[in-house]
Design a protein around this ligand. Structure first.
Ligand code: GUN
Length: 283
């Protein structure tokens, strides 16, 4: 039976440290500030944004949620970003994705000043990840790296397999594992003999968005399995991309859903916002 990696517990420890650092910074007159913009009323996005706002309050951050209607034009959104870019209280700007189809996501991420881009989606920040010379790291993969470090799972020399090649998770995850000297393979929907590849993994990261996609026969005995999936089942419950019940008997460590990677994502957002506020304090 695998060790269950408790993301909630790790997130709690990291957030306590962040709150301490935020309190110290506030004494110098700098309160970390995050602005989250949400366009439209996508139910899942509303929940994510509410959780971000709550986490900010608990860490002693200032936070603003800017709710804009679905009909908001691209220009209106860009104007809002521009005013937040100039707002001295705001260290981080996050535009919740997905955006309605009539708004160009690329234009929006390009409009966020790289130093306030706590999602690390701006091309400048994306490029910095390639060279290992980064200011911010994307929240989900960086949260996973924090978990691995916390569990003393060394990446160097390990066979790391990432399933999924999204810009938000799969690609930056691969780059971060590589920066830590892992031997990295990225799999996707066109990968042939997927199970053969995943069975080589010492560390398997799954971000495909399909409930129960990875089954026990795809996992090497003793592997570390990280489940990024958050799939709402017909039962109304959240399910990961990994068949937890089957895989837990094969893996040496596994993240549950919920309570695994999820809490770490917002934790990294707090870390990035705190880092931005520290930079403001130094100016
Ligand atoms: N939608 C789903 N995940 C994310 C995220 O990490 N950042 C933003 N901005 N939107 C998201």
């Amino acid at each position: 039976m695998a060790k269950i990696i408790d993301g909630k517990l790790i997130a709690g420890e990291v957030r306590a440290r962040i709150a301490d650092e935020a309190a110290a910074l506030a004494k110098c007159g700098v309160v970390p500030g995050l602005a989250v913009i949400i366009v439209g009323d996508d139910a899942a996005s509303q929940v994510y944004v509410r959780n971000k706002h709550k986490a900010c309050a608990e860490a002693g951050f200032y936070s603003e949620v800017i709710q804009m209607p679905r009909e908001t034009t691209e220009n209106e959104l860009l104007c809002k970003i521009e005013s937040l870019a100039e707002d001295g209280k705001i260290d981080g700007i996050l535009v919740q994705l997905p955006l309605p189809e009539h708004i160009d996501e690329k234009k929006v991420t390009a409009a966020i000043p790289p130093e306030k881009d706590v999602d690390a989606f701006h091309l400048e920040n994306t490029g910095r990840i390639m060279t290992g010379d980064y200011r911010y790291l994307p929240c989900t993969p960086a949260g996973i790296m924090t978990m691995l470090r916390h569990e003393k799972i060394d990446v160097a020399g390990k066979e790391c397999v990432v399933i999924g090649r999204s810009n938000i998770v799969g690609k930056p995850m691969a780059m971060m594992l590589l920066n830590e000297n892992g031997t990295v393979t990225v799999c996707h929907s066109k990968t042939k003999n997927l199970a053969e590849v995943t069975r080589r993994a010492d560390i398997l990261v799954v971000a495909v968005g399909k409930a129960g996609f990875v089954t026990a026969d795809m996992v090497k005995e003793g592997a570390v399995v990280i489940d990024v999936g958050i799939n709402r089942g017909e039962d109304g419950k959240l399910h990961g991309d990994v068949d937890f019940e089957g895989v837990k008997d094969v893996a040496s460590a596994i993240t549950p859903v919920p309570g695994g990677v999820g809490p770490m994502t917002i934790t990294t957002l707090l870390e990035n916002t705190l880092a931005a506020a520290k930079r403001r304090a130094e100016r």
